[in-house]
Design a protein around this ligand. Structure first.
Ligand code: GLC
Length: 480
């Protein structure tokens, strides 16, 4: 089957979060299972994209409202990602360093809608010239959410009308809401169907995709259920569309995330050598941050935002810093500026027990997965979550809130064959209890070693989920 993935992110070309990891790995695994997947993203000015060599595939221009924009489709020369990788160069829109956010101002780009729409239109302009159309077009998140509408409703793309479309929801908090006036920027469509773009009086790209795509998927089954109860206003829509919805858990790229070969680690280790391997990496990590390697070390890696529960961390960490329990906390990420200030202050107050690196740092992230004992994810919302899987692959025990994909990937130690620590309510008290359990587990050297060995052997690769995607693609093609 020929499947085209359209996305705003794809690791290592452009990544802001887990969406990038998924789009950078799922197509590779689908291809290893015999499919033919290609990926298209915008051509940003990221360091990785600047370094690659591309062939020009196609050049054209297309209307955007009253204006026209020129664009070029480029293909990475070597197929190094494990799939044909295309970028669309749209001068004036994407020749900027940030994926969504301007790194200098810290704010989103002013023309977010025009950027996303021009990318989607350019992709469809190109695809409609294909002699043989793709079997499926697979869209990811709201940035590509207008594609299912445009291929069904815009006269310009009528050749693509029968092409099955999928929207995968990685995060329903972001929906791409705009004034309904912006609908005028789309290529002409049957005015009668204007409502397919609208939700609560606004143009809503994600809502439109939920209405128009042939299939809705989300990145875990638990999140799929939660969306019907809580999805920032889209609940009725998710409930209405259950017949075409399903949750498929994400996998991780076990080639990139392999402690025995990971080039970003100081000391590589196999499952057999995991005890000494982790000890050596922990020593490096603790030395770097001036921490005592004999203490349990708990890491938080990720965006410092409400959704990830980052606002719970200051009180939680302070509680342990003022208690008689000895524990290290290390933190890596960027986000809410007010949290940056708090963490910077706490670093001085709790020197020797707490360190915060307030930046995006892929290398340090790998070292933290390898050198920490526990990874903490107190998320309010977690569609899937990849960090707990990266951590487990490196023998680091997850402490997670029971939500979304964390429920589907982490089994609590109290469940006989369990291997992680879970807590239910988003409260300081429950999070403290979970950390107390981690500290107790750390003190039981035999038991913690047993858990570490167990988690490192779990299979979180894409293999199972890739098969589910393939079956779903086949079902869609049969519907045609
Ligand atoms: C988003 C979600 C995260 C998920 C990722 C990949 O970043 O917040 O939970 O793992 O997408 O699907």
């Amino acid at each position: 089957m020929h499947i085209i993935h359209l996305s705003a992110e794809c690791y290592p070309a452009a990544k802001a979060g887990g969406l990038g990891d998924v789009v950078g790995s799922l197509p590779k695994y689908l291809n290893q299972h015999g499919e033919f997947c290609e990926v298209i993203i915008p051509k940003y000015r990221t360091p990785w994209l600047d370094e690659q060599e591309f062939d020009v595939v196609w050049e054209s221009s297309a209307p955007l409202g009253q204006d026209y924009f020129g664009f070029t489709i480029l293909k990475e020369k070597t197929n190094k990602l494990g799939f044909p990788f295309y970028v669309i160069d749209i001068p004036g829109r994407f020749d900027r360093p940030g994926v969504y956010i301007d790194p200098w101002s810290g704010h989103g780009y002013w023309d977010e809608f025009e950027r996303a729409l021009s990318f989607q239109i350019a992709a469809l302009e190109w695809i409609r010239t294909f002699h043989k159309k793709p079997d499926v077009i697979h869209c990811h998140d709201h940035h590509t959410g207008l594609v299912p509408f445009m291929i069904k409703q815009c006269v310009r793309f009528s050749e693509l009308q029968d092409m099955p479309s999928i929207i995968t929801v990685h995060n329903a908090e972001y929906q791409g809401q705009q004034s309904m006036m912006n609908a005028e920027m789309l290529p002409p469509f049957i005015p009668h169907n204007y409502g397919l773009l609208e939700w609560n009086g606004q143009l809503n790209s994600l809502a439109s995709a939920l209405k128009c795509a042939w299939q809705i998927t989300t990145v875990s089954q638990s999140y799929m259920q939660e969306l019907g109860e809580s999805s920032s206003g889209l609940e009725p829509l998710f409930n209405q569309e259950t017949a075409k919805s399903r949750g498929i858990i994400n996998g991780i790229d076990t080639e990139v995330w392999d402690p025995s070969t990971d080039p970003l680690l100081e000391h590589n280790y196999t499952i057999r050598g995991i005890k000494t391997g982790k000890k050596k990496n922990k020593a490096v990590l603790c030395e770097q941050f001036g921490l005592n390697p004999e203490l349990p070390t708990i890491a938080f890696i990720g965006r410092l935002v409400r959704e990830k529960g980052a606002d719970l961390l200051p009180d939680l960490i302070s509680h342990f810093m003022h208690s008689d329990k000895e524990v290290n906390f290390i933190l890596l990420g960027t986000g809410d500026p007010s949290l940056h200030d708090i963490f910077a202050r706490m670093e001085n107050d709790h020197f020797g027990y707490f360190d915060a690196t307030l930046e995006y740092n892929e290398k340090l992230a790998h070292q933290m997965y390898a050198g920490s004992d526990f990874i903490l994810m107190p998320s309010r919302v977690e569609p899937c979550g990849l960090n707990q899987m990266f951590a487990m692959r490196y023998g680091t025990i997850p402490i997670v809130r029971s939500i979304g994909g964390l429920i589907d990937t982490v089994k609590d130690l109290s469940d006989g064959d369990g291997y992680g620590i879970r807590f239910d309510d988003f409260t300081l008290h429950e999070a403290e209890e979970a950390i107390n359990r981690a500290i107790d587990l750390f003190a039981d050297k035999k038991e913690i070693q047993r858990v570490v060995s167990r988690i490192a052997k779990l299979d979180y690769s894409w293999n199972n989920s890739a098969k589910e995607y393939i079956n779903m693609y086949k079902e869609l093609i049969n519907l045609k």
